[in-house]
Design a protein. Sequence first.
Length: 186
Amino acid sequence: MTMLELLEESPIIAAIKSWEGLEKSLKSECKVVFVLFGTICDIDQIVARIKDAGKVAIVHVDMIQGLSTKRVAVDFIAHNTRADGIISTKNTLVEHAKEMGLYAIQRTFVVDSIALDTLKKQIEMFRPDAVEIMPGVMPKILKIMREYTDIPLIAGGLLSDKKDVMAAFEAGTDAISATNEAVWYV
């Protein structure tokens, strides 16, 4: 299944940052779970719980304690967990994940026009499976990126209610990710 097909099927993504969030995500209707916590000692267990629930597990490798910013971090996730993909702000890790056959999501923080221009260059160079744009409450930036690329866009960060979610979708985003559990049920 392509990333776009996955996001069309499940456009609300549960992003979890604790064991409690994991438990709540397993009970939600969200098919995709972004894992934003864990260590090298427990990430396999976290991913296994998600996979056993029939969900797609995508691990934010930059946030897993004990992993480095080197390509071996992706190798570790690929060989020691059943994760379907990774998220990273590091281009080399996104590129390596694609080589490994994992979903590869580039997370970026758009804080000014320089960051926006950099994102456009990174998309052309690395062609991630999706781009997560933070914060997700910037419809103007989401519209600019939708016009620029056909790569699936995920709005993440600071989305707190239905109004925020609808604004992101109206701006052309393909999915949203949220740690705010109320958003999982919008």
